[in-house]
Design a protein around this ligand. Structure first.
Ligand SMILES: CC(=O)N[C@H]1[C@@H](OP(=O)(O)OP(=O)(O)OC[C@H]2O[C@@H](n3ccc(=O)[nH]c3=O)[C@H](O)[C@@H]2O)O[C@H](CO)[C@@H](O)[C@@H]1O[C@H](C)C(=O)N[C@@H](C)C(=O)N[C@H](CCC(=O)O)C(=O)O
Ligand SMILES: Nc1ncnc2c1ncn2[C@@H]1O[C@H](COP(=O)(O)OP(=O)(O)OP(=O)(O)O)[C@@H](O)[C@H]1O
Ligand SMILES: N[C@H](CCC[C@H](N)C(=O)O)C(=O)O
Length: 494
């Protein structure tokens, strides 16, 4: 439980336009959702993309909210604080309400289009191996010292971020690693977070429905690095030196930059890279040192992920060999290049690739080790960047022998329309469109022969499928197992 504070204390140092009387009122918590308000909360009125939080202020007060943060004064009889942009101050206020948790642990932020979840898992493992009690926040939910907590977003809302970090501090966590999405950076979800390190993976097309241009997308990502300043020192920016965004990010970074990569001149360079069906082996050269690394996930992109985590470990002072050992011990991240094995003579791989670049990477990786045919099953999410669709169609066509275009999470869009948009990019390959994802997976399993690979991409760890606004249970791994069992394979998954 955070310590109760007066509103005036919480507002210290925050840029406000004006406030009503009695800001001595005592605040015990904070909420931006009237449906979740607890007695004693400060309710923040967020003008959203769908509805305006100001319209729910009365409901919030009825549930016990004691004060409001507003962008326009409301005719309600509670203390109110007027600010220019609630999203910009919400995180700062929440960090005070929840006792500035990020100043009481070491916070690492990971951003980039692909690789965030993977790298946070690697860092969790490295830190845990060094005896740290670790917290993790990301797409797969949160974890406090291994205890799972569900989550809906890659980066939760500002208040939830501070609450979570506060819980972590209360439970003795000394290091937290967090995926920081571009939406989060743009919507102020990590305002009030004092990061010790920022890690950049890569920037390729995604989320243009929201950011509109790649430049704006990069601007959002760059905020993690330009904001790397504050009380906690030292700070560090760990940047992918092979990515075209490197030069801009290194220029804006407020903290010293350390680069990693394979091709360009960087501080930590991977050499002698070997990509096998089981994983990647390489040697890192840095300063006057070298370290051999084995990481059990295939694909050249895995070299970047493992390397970024390695750099973080070494730069924070861990022994390089122990960091490498931690990477060797990782068995994989759920839904990332995850094999489904029921004794069938072909491979079934479930992966979360949901961007053109992500898909190119996994399809090429699967191609490299497939002796027979590569059958790729995928779709694209509805209410998301439409520009990705033909590009993902192209990516799948280029390296697969057969493509099954199906539904991902259609959300409020027409699934057939999404499929049509994907198909405009599909060419030079045999394909079929099957709107029902279960049927698509079954069909791929029926089609596969010994030596083939089925790659089921886009949903990875997800255990649901969203049609309209309804969420239905669906798990690619379960459906693949069900299909394999239906074909008579029965060996226990290993
Ligand atoms: C674009 C975006 O991020 N939108 C988020 C935003 O929605 P919104 O602005 O439309 O909110 P709204 O529904 O209009 O509500 C406005 C306010 O009224 C409040 N309200 C509403 C109803 C009510 O009865 N009472 C009440 O108080 C709401 O709590 C909110 O504070 O605030 C909502 C409340 O927190 C979020 O759920 C919602 O995420 C939507 C669902 C979403 O899909 N976000 C995605 C795009 C996202 O954030 N993705 C990134 C991923 C990135 C990656 O792949 O890299 C992520 O970090 O997860
Ligand atoms: N470094 C990388 N470069 C390109 N593609 C990658 C990289 N790492 C992983 N991928 C691909 O992207 C997919 C998603 O990986 P991961 O979950 O680690 O990324 P993410 O950034 O967390 O994505 P999201 O935030 O959308 O969950 C993987 O399943 C894999 O196909
Ligand atoms: N964080 C990404 C995940 C996409 C996963 C894919 N399965 C989809 O639903 O589009 C997003 O929200 O755009």
């Amino acid at each position: 439980m955070p310590t109760a504070k007066s509103l005036s204390e919480i507002l210290e140092g925050i840029e406000i336009i004006s406030s009503s009387a009695d800001i001595q009122v005592i605040v015990r918590g904070m909420s931006m959702d009237s449906r979740q308000v607890q007695p004693g909360d400060l309710y923040v009125c967020v003008p959203g993309f769908q509805v305006d939080g100001h319209d729910f202020a009365a409901a919030a007060i009825a549930s016990g909210a004691v004060a409001l943060v507003v962008e326009r004064f409301l005719p309600l009889d509670v203390p109110q604080v007027l600010v220019a942009n609630v999203r910009q101050v919400m995180g700062l206020l929440a960090s005070v309400v929840y006792d500035r948790p990020s100043e009481h642990l070491e916070l690492v932020g990971v951003t980039g289009t692909n690789g965030k979840t993977t790298i946070t898992y690697l860092i969790e493992k490295i830190a845990a191996k060094h005896g740290k009690k670790v917290g993790l926040i990301g797409t797969l939910g949160s974890r406090i010292d291994g205890r799972e907590l569900p989550g809906e977003r890659t980066t939760p809302e500002a208040i939830d971020v501070q609450k979570l970090l506060g819980e972590m501090v209360a439970e003795g966590v000394s290091l937290a690693v967090m995926e920081v999405s571009s939406h989060a950076l743009d919507l102020g979800r990590v305002a009030g977070c004092e990061f010790a390190a920022g890690i950049f993976t890569n920037l390729t097309q995604d989320h243009l429905d929201y950011h509109k241009t790649m430049e704006e997308y990069l601007n959002a990502k760059s905020r993690l690095f330009s904001n790397l300043k504050g009380k906690i020192q030292p700070k560090i920016s760990i940047l992918n030196g092979d990515d075209p965004a490197f030069s801009k990010l290194s220029q804006v970074s407020a903290a010293p930059v350390v680069s990693y990569g394979i091709y360009n001149s960087v501080d930590y360079r991977a050499e002698n890279v070997e990509v096998t069906t089981e994983g990647v082996r390489f040697r890192v050269r840095f300063r006057d040192e070298v370290q051999q690394i084995w990481y059990a996930t295939p694909g050249i992109f895995s070299v970047y992920n493992a390397l970024a985590a390695f750099v973080w470990g070494v730069e924070r002072g861990y022994d390089k060999a122990t960091v490498a050992e931690a990477l060797t011990e990782i068995s994989g991240v759920p839904g990332r290049f995850e094999s489904v094995r029921l004794g069938q003579p072909f491979q079934v791989i479930v992966d979360y690739a949901h961007t053109p670049d992500g898909l190119v990477n996994v399809v090429r990786t699967a191609r490299d080790f497939t002796k027979g045919k590569l059958i790729t099953v995928f779709g694209c999410g509805g209410d998301r960047d439409r520009g990705k669709r033909p590009l993902m169609g192209e990516a799948a066509s280029q390296w697969s022998d057969f493509v099954i275009v199906t539904s991902d999470n259609p959300r409020t869009e027409d699934p057939d329309q999404i499929i049509q948009e994907i198909l405009t990019g599909v060419s030079g390959v045999d394909y079929v469109a099957l709107r029902d994802r279960r049927e698509a997976v079954w069909s791929a399993c029926r089609m596969a022969k010994a030596g083939d690979t089925i790659l089921i991409a886009g949903k990875g760890h997800e255990t649901y499928q969203i049609f309209g606004t309804e969420v239905h249970p669906f798990d690619d791994r379960e459906v693949a197992r069900e299909a394999l069992r239906g074909l008579g394979y029965a060996q226990v998954d290993s």
